[in-house]
Design a protein around this ligand. Structure first.
Ligand code: GLC
Length: 602
């Protein structure tokens, strides 16, 4: 059964929805969404002459109807121009407040300081990377190198890559592109099935989307938004982090622009709930952390991070905190908020207690007994001490510590993953003491984690047999390259944010100063190779947008540190009081949190 529905979308675009029976089941994710759209946005008239279209492509495996379309060359008269309506414009007053309160003048220039050549170049390139849809800015290309003959999928707008672009624009007082991005990606949320007739759960956000121009007839072309949920990605990985970033960006947008009406919209509230339902639904898991496959986040290729990787846990934690803040409190959301609180509490305990390592903890693990059956076990995950890697014994400093990359039964991944650690600081997933310790470790291991270019995505690299087995002999992820120990300048903005939060602004300045001239001279590479990040990455793109935007965001945060507080979270002491162990009511003593409280409190 194929049924095509046409709804209006803001910005004068139409939304095409194909509902289709899949193995006897019907799915109407976006239809449900549109039933919630408030009356003024709904255009009753459906143009009977507009033909729904489908495009067959060998890559997509089957014919597919695009979800979001708009006429480019000649706009049909039934489509209202919303560009001047209330819905399509961010309240300009909000931007005034950004200019007035911040250190930016009304043109968005940094007040009292001339922009460096690198900044000027970066702004020019960032603006050139902007993608428009129906004449409105909706995102930025992953990379925009005019000389690049084979852009692969870097000509798409990636959800995660757009976050630093969004922040750069927001801090500059330009909210429209971010608002458009949030609304358009919402319309793409899990609307279509993907690999070999298997549907992802409702609520999944795409990894990326692309604007395609499709001929309607001889005279007209139409622009369509084409999402990728991983069905075209290498390894067909689901982008778990996309929805989490979407929620985090939504909160940042409201905080910086002051446009809180946006998050109150029914379609936005539904979007948040769909993402949460997907993350909070019951499975077979025994841990409060999110169980994912390898490659489901920034590291989107096989790197041995399946299970419960730290990056996903810290994004999950902050997305839950954002959602709790933004969900409208009513009868319908009461249970959800309770579930969020319980999960936040359990998750922070789990990570703080079991992912944290420092000199003392490693020594404890080194002396662990194994094969302990009972709820009283100290070595709960049955970690064999022999798995403590040799590099770590020499590497761990006397002062400082970090969160390990992953925890599974009989497996601790001791590698240092930068994004997960930095985002634990930003979101307060780790304690204030742990936050400081992580920054101490980065400072004392500067040559290893920063070297010539901030920052290593992971330390150390997998080599030899480990590389062969864990990456599956991936020629792009060879030791000290790309995801396997490459240096990713986009991580600068998150590092800057963490440093500002912890009052270590000098550390961030040191990193930004190190990067500035080099990035500019090297044409903004995606990543650098070698142990100390000396060479531009083997297959690194140039003019990589999140490198550019990450640099600009870092600069603006350093200039306006007070703005950073809109983007991080302080410790939530109430959460520490919640004990979710309902089992204690049954008299079974399974909860170890009482005993461990000294650890999780500051
Ligand atoms: C690479 C990165 C991924 C990024 C994409 C686009 O695949 O691993 O994190 O989103 O490039 O820049």
């Amino acid at each position: 059964m194929n049924a095509i529905k046409i709804y209006n979308m803001k910005f004068g675009c139409s939304l095409l929805i194909q509902s289709r029976g899949v193995l006897g089941f019907n799915k109407f994710p976006n239809l449900n969404r549109n039933l919630h759209i408030s009356a003024p946005r709904f255009l009753g008239a459906i143009n009977q002459t507009l033909k729904p279209f489908s495009v067959s492509s060998p890559n997509w495996g089957r014919s597919r109807v695009f979800p979001v379309t708009c006429c480019n060359s000649s706009k049909p008269n039934y489509v209202a121009d919303y560009s001047t309506t209330l819905e399509s414009r961010v309240n300009d007053k909000n931007f005034e407040s950004v200019y007035v309160q911040g250190g930016l003048d009304e043109t968005g220039e940094s007040a009292g300081r001339a922009e460096s050549e690198a900044e000027k170049d970066a702004w020019r390139l960032l603006r050139e990377a902007v993608v428009t849809y129906c004449g409105n800015p909706v995102g930025t290309l992953a990379a925009n190198n005019p000389g690049d003959k084979v852009p692969l999928n870097y000509d798409q707008v990636f959800i995660r890559d757009f976050v630093p672009s969004a922040l750069a624009f927001l801090l500059k007082g330009e909210g429209e592109i971010v608002r458009n991005f949030l609304l358009h990606t919402l319309q793409l949320q899990s609307w279509e099935k993907t690999v070999d007739c298997y549907s992802p759960g409702q609520g999944l956000m795409p990894a990326s989307f692309k604007i395609r121009t499709v001929p309607l007839d001889d005279t007209k072309v139409e622009e369509v938004l084409d999402p990728d949920f991983g069905e075209s990605a290498i390894g067909r990985v689901a982008p778990v982090d996309s929805g989490l970033w979407w929620i985090i960006l939504l909160r940042a947008y409201s905080k910086i622009t002051g446009d809180f009406a946006m998050q109150e919209r029914v379609d936005i509230q539904t979007g948040i709930k769909l993402i949460l339902n997907l993350c909070l639904s019951d499975g077979f898991d025994m841990f409060p952390s999110l169980l994912v496959t390898d490659g489901s986040c920034m590291i989107d290729r096989r790197m041995g991070i399946h299970g419960h990787p730290l990056e996903i846990q810290s994004l999950f934690y902050s997305a839950l905190r954002c959602a709790r803040e933004m969900l409208a409190l009513d009868e319908g959301s009461k249970n959800l908020v309770r579930t969020i609180n319980n999960r936040l509490s359990a998750l922070s305990f789990h990570i703080r207690e079991y992912y944290w390592i420092d000199m003392k903890k490693i020594n404890e693990i080194y002396r662990y007994k194994t094969e302990e059956y009972s709820t009283e076990a100290i070595n709960k995950f049955n970690i064999y001490p022999e798995q403590i890697p040799h590099w770590l014994m020499d590497w761990i400093p006397e002062e400082g510590g970090y969160m390990i990359g992953n925890l599974q039964p009989a497996h601790m991944d001791f590698r240092f993953f930068t994004l997960g650690n930095i985002w634990s600081i930003v979101s307060s997933l780790s304690t204030p003491k742990q936050n400081n310790s992580i920054l101490n470790l980065i400072e004392s291991k500067w040559d290893d984690l920063v070297g010539h270019m901030p920052l290593k995505i992971v330390y150390p690299a997998l080599e030899l047999e480990e590389w062969r087995i864990i990456t599956g002999s991936d020629p792009k992820n060879t030791p000290w390259s790309y995801h396997n120990g490459g240096s990713w300048p986009t991580l600068l903005w998150q590092f800057t944010l963490a440093c500002i939060k912890m009052g270590r602004i000098e550390l961030a300045r040191k990193a930004v100063n190190l990067a500035e001239n080099r990035l500019y001279a090297d044409h903004w590479p995606e990543y650098y190779d070698t142990r100390s990040g000396r060479f531009i990455g083997k297959q690194s793109r140039l003019y990589q947008t999140w490198t550019i935007a990450g640099f600009l965001t870092s600069k603006m945060l350093l200039e306006n540190p007070e703005k950073a507080s809109l983007l991080f979270w302080e410790e939530d002491y109430d959460l520490l009081e919640i004990c979710v162990c309902a089992l204690s009511k049954t008299g079974r003593k399974l909860c170890a949190r009482g005993a461990a409280k000294s650890q999780i409190l500051v």
